[in-house]
Design a protein around this ligand. Structure first.
Ligand code: AMP
Length: 114
């Protein structure tokens, strides 16, 4: 998608603090971190939200969650815990229409979320 900021990050057209990348996924630091660890994991392909996942995307979603756990573990947040969030749509506050998983940790997180 030409105008998608996360597609541009995935294709190296916009700078970001890349944490990890492979042929399926890119992980990078959120530009406006809400906790000591705030990483975004995105698929390289443009999928606008969870609602647009299709048959065959299960492995991609599984890969994203395994990567989230790996990043959290590498940063030492496996003991105290961390959160993985995918905001979907207006009421959830999704502001970038390219599927992304927030990986947040390093402080006690509130529940329920605001
Ligand atoms: P959401 O509100 O769930 O759609 O999350 C979008 C996230 O993307 C927000 O936490 C933003 O801070 C983050 N974000 C937007 N633009 C960039 C960017 N260029 N680099 C890194 N993070 C970004």
């Amino acid at each position: 998608m030409e105008d998608c900021i996360f597609c541009k990050i995935a294709h190296g057209q916009v700078e970001s603090q890349i944490v990890y990348q492979d042929e399926h996924l890119v992980a990078f630091d959120d530009i406006n971190p809400q906790a000591p660890m705030h990483v975004l994991i995105i698929p390289r392909v443009h999928i606008s939200s969870l609602l647009e996942l299709g048959d065959g995307d299960e492995e991609l979603v599984g890969r994203a969650h395994r990567l989230a756990a790996r990043i959290a573990r590498e940063r030492g947040y496996d003991r105290r815990g961390f959160r993985v969030v995918a905001n979907c749509g207006q009421d959830a506050g999704q502001s970038v229409p390219h599927l992304h998983f927030h990986v947040i940790g390093g402080r006690a997180l509130q529940w329920p979320p605001g």
